[in-house]
Design a protein around this ligand. Structure first.
Ligand SMILES: C[S@@+](CC[C@H](N)C(=O)[O-])C[C@H]1O[C@@H](n2cnc3c(N)ncnc32)[C@H](O)[C@@H]1O
Length: 301
């Protein structure tokens, strides 16, 4: 099977974020090379960032990928107005499927939650195992913004609670909450393809009966949950503040992710008076966690 190979050059400090975003946008494998074309690493994705100044990023997509759409998603994930310039070529099969499958390994969150690709056996069959393959929507667990939310869910058991996953992408957070014992979850996303993917993932994980999926405008009026998670970029979290506050029950938890560390103050300010946040950091990303004030007078909208 032939593949579509995309190549782009980026400053060294941008390479890892670009590589993460390309994966979330559907790349099956990504490698980083020095600007002089010498391959530096392809397998050790936890390695310390390489030391050269200009990095060549090579990403592999299925041949039928709408590459313009994938690059638009990459730009959106990075908060760029337009995608960086790139070139593509079709290449013959070089056993990329094997390389790609070796690349995806089970990921562990909190004490007891694993995200496991469908072709691997869960390392701990007794743990909570979320079966998820890379697909057509953001949310595989590899990205720091998702990982922090999964750790939070695994550490603060949502057992018996109602959960909202706002900007659900693949549905990973809603499905994790349900597998960790949540009573119900609602996943919503502006991207209809995300809702399709989330449904498939929920079905595979046998939690579809407790999951509602809909576009944001179809979220029932007056709805509020014990835990609301929103892993969207900072400008959207600022714009959505009244909506997300209203969706969080007084005393309930609001978890905001997808925020660059430099954007924390701006997001915190948008929720002032309703939620007092704490924040934690992974790579360049911050996650805010806080409980809506029990006496918050804001009317449900
Ligand atoms: C970074 S992904 C997060 C996916 C998943 N929840 C996770 O944590 O990995 C953000 C998702 O939010 C969606 N999104 C962006 N703006 C939105 C909005 N205003 N309302 C609802 N969803 C939105 C995008 O389509 C995308 O699927």
């Amino acid at each position: 099977m032939p593949w579509l190979q995309l190549t782009l050059d980026a400053p060294r400090h941008e390479a890892q974020r670009l590589s993460d975003a390309l994966e979330e946008a559907g790349a099956l494998a990504v490698s980083l090379e020095a600007g002089d074309d010498e391959p530096i690493f392809e397998a050790d994705w936890n390695a310390t960032p390489p030391v050269w100044q200009q990095t060549r990023i090579v990403a592999l997509f299925p041949e039928d990928t709408d590459i313009a759409q994938s690059m638009a998603m990459t730009a959106s994930l990075l908060g760029l107005a337009e995608p960086p310039s790139y070139r593509t070529e079709t290449i013959a099969d070089q056993d990329w499927a094997r390389v790609w499958m070796e690349r995806w390994q089970p990921m562990h969150f909190g004490n007891n939650l694993w995200v496991v690709p469908s072709w691997l056996t869960p390392p701990d069959p007794e743990a909570v195992n979320l079966i998820l393959d890379p697909g057509m929507a953001f949310g595989t667990g590899t990205h720091a913004t998702t990982g922090m939310c999964l750790d939070w869910l695994a550490q603060h058991s949502p057992r018996g609670l109602d959960v909202i996953d706002f900007g659900c992408g693949s549905g990973i957070l809603a499905i994790a909450a349900l597998k960790l014992g949540a009573r119900s979850a609602l996943g919503t996303d502006t991207d209809p393809q995300a809702l399709v993917t989330a449904r498939e993932n929920a079905e595979r994980n046998e939690v579809l009966d407790r999951l509602t999926l809909c576009l944001p405008e179809a979220v029932p009026a007056g709805m509020a949950a014990d835990v609301v998670l929103a892993n969207i970029l900072a400008p959207a979290l600022v714009a959505l503040a009244p909506t997300l506050i209203a969706l969080t029950k007084p005393g309930g938890w609001l978890i905001l992710s997808g925020i660059l560390v430099s954007q924390v103050d701006e997001v915190v300010a948008a929720y002032a008076g309703h939620i007092d946040f704490e924040h934690q950091q992974r790579e360049d990303w911050a996650m805010l966690t806080g409980q809506r004030r029990a006496t918050d007078p804001l009317a449900t909208i």
